[in-house]
Design a protein around this ligand. Structure first.
Ligand SMILES: [Zn+2]
Length: 230
């Protein structure tokens, strides 16, 4: 097949950014996992308090195995918290649990970017799996139409990664505000919670950057289709 050095020029910065963000998150999590929160509440208790504060009463909280596997399942209406977060009484437990509760609050108030993000899921599943294949077909058949269709399909997953950013930052902002209102954080802890949640958010920024770079590479490939006709 062909070897394209531009592929590496576009891919390597994105991969490095993602590794760097993961490394930073691991480090920050490792630090705040060891710092007990002053109120001595578990992540599960913090999530519950945050949701009650925002008037959310129909979302369950479950413990799941793993580390940093925490997420909100909007269809089942359940916060799934990793065991160290669910049972832990650290700053990390407080921050991560409240963040996931923030997503439940977003659903409760029909926060627009979250609704848009959920609506994009089916398109994204197709786009991220078949976008490149369609583009590749366009390259092989020298068909600009097919190539740009592939770019468009993949572009849906880049849009998804972009819409994820306000959703994530907004969940963290809600988490901090509601933790403060519920009297669960001191001034100092408020700053620590912010650092923990920012470290988690960088991973989403890095994913978006990597996706955008890939998309640009695909645009470049598609732009060349048809021109090489001899
Ligand atoms: Zn989140």
């Amino acid at each position: 097949m062909f070897f394209d050095p531009r592929y590496f020029i576009f891919m390597i910065p994105g991969i490095l950014l993602m590794l760097l963000a993961q490394w930073k998150l691991r480090g920050t999590y490792g630090k705040y996992r060891e710092v007990p929160n002053s109120r001595g509440v578990t992540g599960a208790q913090a999530a519950e308090a945050v949701m009650r504060r925002a008037g959310v009463y129909d979302v369950g909280i479950e413990a799941i195995p793993g580390e940093l596997s925490d997420h909100f399942d909007p269809r089942a209406k359940v916060l799934r918290l990793s065991e160290p977060i669910y049972y832990g009484r650290s700053i990390a437990s407080l921050a991560v649990a409240a963040h996931e509760a923030g997503h439940a609050v977003q659903q409760h108030v029909s926060y627009a970017p979250m609704t848009l993000r959920t609506g994009l899921v089916p398109v994204v599943n197709i786009g991220s799996n078949f976008g490149f294949l369609v583009l590749f077909g366009g390259l092989l058949l020298n068909s600009p139409t097919l190539a740009w269709a592939g770019v468009l399909l993949f572009g849906a997953s880049t849009l998804f990664a972009l819409v994820t950013l306000p959703v994530e930052y907004n969940a963290s902002a809600r988490a901090r505000e509601l933790l403060e209102q519920a009297g669960l954080v001191t001034r100092d802890e408020y700053g620590d919670v912010r650092s923990m949640l920012n470290a988690a958010a960088y991973t989403y920024v890095a994913s978006f950057a990597a996706s955008l770079l890939t998309l640009l590479y695909y645009v470049m490939l598609a732009a060349g289709v048809g021109r090489s006709r001899e």
